[in-house]
Design a protein around this ligand. Sequence first.
Ligand code: GBH
Length: 489
Amino acid sequence: CQAATVKQQRKFPDDFLFGTATASYQIEGAWNEDGKGENIWDYMTHNNPTVIKDESNGDIAADSYHNYKRDVEIMRELSLDAYRFSLSWSRILPTGMANEINPAGVEFYNNYINEMLRYNITPMITLYHWDLPQKLQELGGFANPYISDWFADYARVVYKSFGDRVKHFITFNEPREICFEGYGAATKAPILNSTAIGTYLCAKHLVIAHAKAYYVYDKEFREAQGGQCGITISVNWFGAHTPEDEYAAELKRQAEWGIYAEPIFSSQGGFPKELSQRIAEKSAAQGYAKSRLPEFTDEEKALVQGASDFFGVNHYTGYLISATQNRVQNPVPSLPDDVDIGVVVPDEWPKSASTWLTLSPNSILYALSHLKERYNNPIFYITENGWSTPPESGLNDDMRATYYRAALESVLDTLDAGVNLKGYMAWSLVDNFEWMEGYTERFGLYNVDFEDPARTRTPRKSAFVYKHIVNNRFIDHSYEPESMIMTID
Ligand code: GBH
C-alpha cells in the first residue's frame, strides 16, 4: 500500500509529449478524390478483396479526409500535446514521382496541420506508413534500389511544403512490417511472399532510403527549419524463456528490429553480426552462391550509420523466446527459418482482440533499457502503443484503460532508468481500418460508427482515463469518469 502511494505520485515531466497516432490509409478514406493516385492498399483490396478478413477496405475508412476538423476537436478534448499522422504519398505525388505534385493533396495536409497549430497541438509527420504509390510497386517497390531516390525526392516535397510548421519528421513506420510482412511474407501489401530474399533486399534498400531522406533534411532544410528527422521501428520485447535461450532471444531481436536499427544506430554500422552470420551459413548450406542477406558497400554503410535524430519506437507487447520449444518447421528458406526459434506466451498475460497482442508486464522498460544500452541512449519517442477490443464491446473498454495505465507505469520506470524518452503516442485516436483484420479489431480511444455515413466518433471510457493522465501528469489508478460526456477543458 505504501509502495502504491509512492508510485502514484510519480509525475511525467512537463515537456513530455503526450499524443496519439494514426496512419493515412487506415483513417483518411477519399481513396480516389481530388487527384489522389492509387496505392498498394487500394490496389490489393480492390483486386484481391479476400485477403482482408471481412473483405473490407480503406476506401472510406474513418473518412478523416472529410472529418479532419472533428479529429482535431478530439485531440483538444483529450488535451493532447502532439499528434502523429502519416501522409499518403500518392495523394501528394499521384504517380509517386516528384515531377507532378497534386495541389489538392498538399492543401488537405496544410489545412489539417494549420487546424492543429491553431490549438497548440504539435504535428508529427510520418512520411510513409505502408501506402506505396502503385506505380512504384510496378517497378519493384522496395526491391528496386532506386526506391531510395524516389523516396528522397518525395521527402524533399514534404519538407518544402510543411517543414515551416512541422518540426518532427519520421521517414518510415515499421520497416519490419514493410519488409518482412510485405515482401518476405504475405501478411501486408504487396503480399509478395518472396520468402528467401524479399525481406533482406527490402531491408537494405529501405535503410538507405531512410538515410537519403534524412540527409535531404539535414543538408537542405535543417538550418532554415530547425526540426528533427528520425525513423520508427517496431520494438516489442523478446526475452529469453530460460537462461539457456539467451542466444535464441538475441537472434530473434536482431531479426525483428536489429536488422533495421543496427545499420542506423549502432556505432559500427551494418547489419547485426549474429544474424548476418546465421543467414550466410544457411545460404551456403542451401546452395546459394552468396548470402541471401546483401552487404552494404563501405560508402552505403557510412551513409546510413548515424543518420537519425531520434529513435521512434512502436511498442505493443512482449514474448519469451525458446531455442527448443514451439519451433515451427518452415519448409522454404525464409527469415523465420533462418532464425528458427519458438515463441512462448505465458497464459496469465491478459489477451486482447488481436492474436499477437497480450499485456506483457513491464515490456516497455525491458525494450527501452535494452535499446538505451545498445545504442548509447539516443532520443526516443514511443510513437505507438495500444490495445485492441472487439467491435461488440463498444464504449466499454476497461481492459484498454488497464493496459494504458500499466504501459504508462512502465514509461515512468523507463524514465527513472535514465532512458532519454521524450514522448508517448497512444495508438489510436479513433477506430480505423486494421489492415488484414479490416474492421474486426478496434484500437481507438474513440469508437467510430462505420455503419453511419457521418462516421460519428464517440469517446470510450479509456479516452477519459488517458485524458486524466495527460492533464494531471500522473496515473491515478482509482480515477473513474463521472459521465461519458466529453468536453474541451
Ligand atoms: C502497428 O504495428 C501499425 O503501425 C499500425 O498501423 C497498426 O494499426 C497497429 O500496429 C495495430 O495493429 O497477425 O500474428 O501475423 C504493430 C506491429 C506487427 C502488429 C504485425 C500486428 C501481425 C502479426 N504489428 N502484427 S500476425
